[in-house]
Design a binder for this molecule. Structure first.
Ligand code: ADP
Length: 190
């Protein structure tokens, strides 16, 4: 890495709802009506405009719900972030139900939306690693590899943040991806 040059991938410890970026990603469920975990936190903090936009998307585009691996974008409401990208990760069923591909698609679809909208900065939570039960180390490798290969082919988003609630989760992520190509450029901030 060139001295002083900011890496395009950053690891952050903190609450994703506080990130002042172009878009934060929501680990939504397919109903898009809010829920627990990071989803609940985003809706609580972002206010009613987000749920209103989600309802319109359900009515107009996804009456049966947003399928796992796909992503949609709404206003960020009262959040510091301008937009929320809602994506649905897979529920972990042991690893033989296409979970890996679906998780990769959730990251990729979110990044594609960000690129199309011309967004510079996007923050991801650790999709599927809460109530959806995806093993954190496997999810880390998947998320990091998917983001890195997307960034290699696209100028936007310019920066991607991986946001973890706890330092333990951030450290575990760094450890899980440490052997992967480009991991030496990863910057951690807390
Ligand atoms: P999923 O249903 O996709 O598993 P969860 O919201 O249950 O989603 O959890 C995803 C990850 O987000 C978990 O690792 C959890 O620790 C983390 N998380 C929950 N709330 C926040 C938050 N406010 N900021 C950042 N990460 C969060």
């Amino acid at each position: 890495m060139t001295e002083g040059k900011k890496s395009r991938v950053q690891v952050v410890t903190g609450d994703i709802t506080e990130m002042a970026v172009d878009a934060i990603v929501n680990a939504a469920n397919s109903g898009l009506m809010g829920g627990g975990g990071v989803d609940g936190a985003i809706h609580r903090r972002g206010g009613p405009d987000i749920i209103k936009a989600c309802k319109e998307i359900r009515n107009n585009d996804y009456p049966d719900g947003l399928p796992a691996g796909k992503a949609v974008i709404t206003t960020g409401g009262r959040l510091a972030a301008r937009y929320v990208i809602h994506t649905v990760g897979p529920v972990w069923k042991g690893g033989k139900a296409g979970e890996e591909e679906t998780l990769g698609n959730a990251y990729k679809s979110s990044l594609e939306l960000a690129a199309v909208r011309g967004l510079q900065s996007v923050a991801f939570p650790a999709i599927s690693t809460g109530v959806y039960g995806y093993p954190k180390d496997k999810a880390a490798v998947n998320a990091y590899s998917t983001v890195r290969s997307f960034l290699a082919q696209h100028d936007l988003p310019a920066v991607v943040y991986f946001v973890f609630f706890t330092t333990g989760d951030a450290d575990a992520f760094m450890k899980a991806v440490s052997g992967l190509h480009g991991a030496g450029e990863l910057q951690a901030c807390r």
